[in-house]
Ligand binder design. Structure first.
Ligand SMILES: O=C(O)[C@H](CS(=O)(=O)O)OP(=O)(O)O
Ligand SMILES: [Mg+2]
Length: 233
């Protein structure tokens, strides 16, 4: 498997397969939304688009990063979302890095969104699909965010069958600037447990696949065959 790690601005061509990584916090939040029953997540291009979708579909749950804002129902925090009842709901998510990264590769034939909470399922899906070439989109800090790069490198190691001790990758993510900002209260719309929740390795058994549906980029959970051939969720 040929792997590359690129920031959003470095994406010059449509990759055959992309894994968009945002550990803190967009795709940890997305995974929690599915765990709490959300049916799908629409990745919005802008705050205005998120609000327009919400206006058109009042039953949808509009979620953004940063502080709570008028018109939005939730913020980009796993700690705050983990007690929400989202059964059957459509979530509309707009964040600074994660959703932007996913939309930047929307024309790719396969787009997975990932963080540590779905790392193994993501690696297994890449293996199951026989992906020969995978671009990891490191969404934070122009491709330099260490929590995202560490997670991307870990998934790549798992996907290629290389042995990987997760502890060093998790240690790097825990020492990242994003983790310090979240722990220090610099990032708004946060819960004290957010960093710990973002570092829960393989908390969920599903991968997350984004694809175009009716001109929207829609993220859905995807059960992944286990090594014995059984679906894991
Ligand atoms: O919510 C987050 O942690 C960030 C926003 S910021 O870096 O705090 O402004 O968004 P994400 O897209 O999840 O990295
Ligand atoms: Mg991030």
């Amino acid at each position: 498997m040929d792997v590359r790690f690129l920031g959003i601005a470095e994406l010059a061509e449509v990759p055959p397969a992309a894994v968009v990584v945002d550990v803190m916090r967009a795709f940890t939040v997305a995974a929690w939304a599915f765990a709490r029953g959300a049916e799908r997540i629409v990745l919005a291009e802008s705050l205005d688009e998120a609000l327009a979708l919400k206006a058109r579909h009042p039953d949808w749950v509009a979620l953004k990063d940063g502080p709570p804002a008028a018109g939005f129902d939730a913020v980009n925090s796993p700690g705050l979302l983990r007690s929400a009842d989202l059964r059957g709901r459509t979530v509309v998510q707009k964040t600074t890095a994660g959703t932007v990264g996913a939309l930047a590769v929307k024309d790719a034939p396969l787009v997975l969104c990932a963080g540590f909470v779905v790392a193994e399922a993501t690696a297994r899906l890449l293996r199951a699909r026989g992906c020969g070439s995978v671009t990891f989109v490191v969404t934070g800090d122009d491709g330099r965010a260490d929590e995202d790069l560490a997670c991307a490198q870990y998934i790549a190691r798992r996907a290629t069958g290389a042995g990987a001790d997760a502890s060093e990758f998790l240690r790097r993510a825990g020492g990242s600037r994003a983790a310090a900002e979240l722990a220090g209260g610099v990032r708004e719309g946060a819960h004290p447990d957010d960093v710990a929740l973002c570092l829960e390795l393989d908390r969920f058994p599903f991968a997350m696949v984004a694809a175009s549906e009716d001109s929207l980029m829609v993220l859905r959970p995807c059960a992944v065959p286990s090594p014995t051939g059984e679906a894991s969720s």
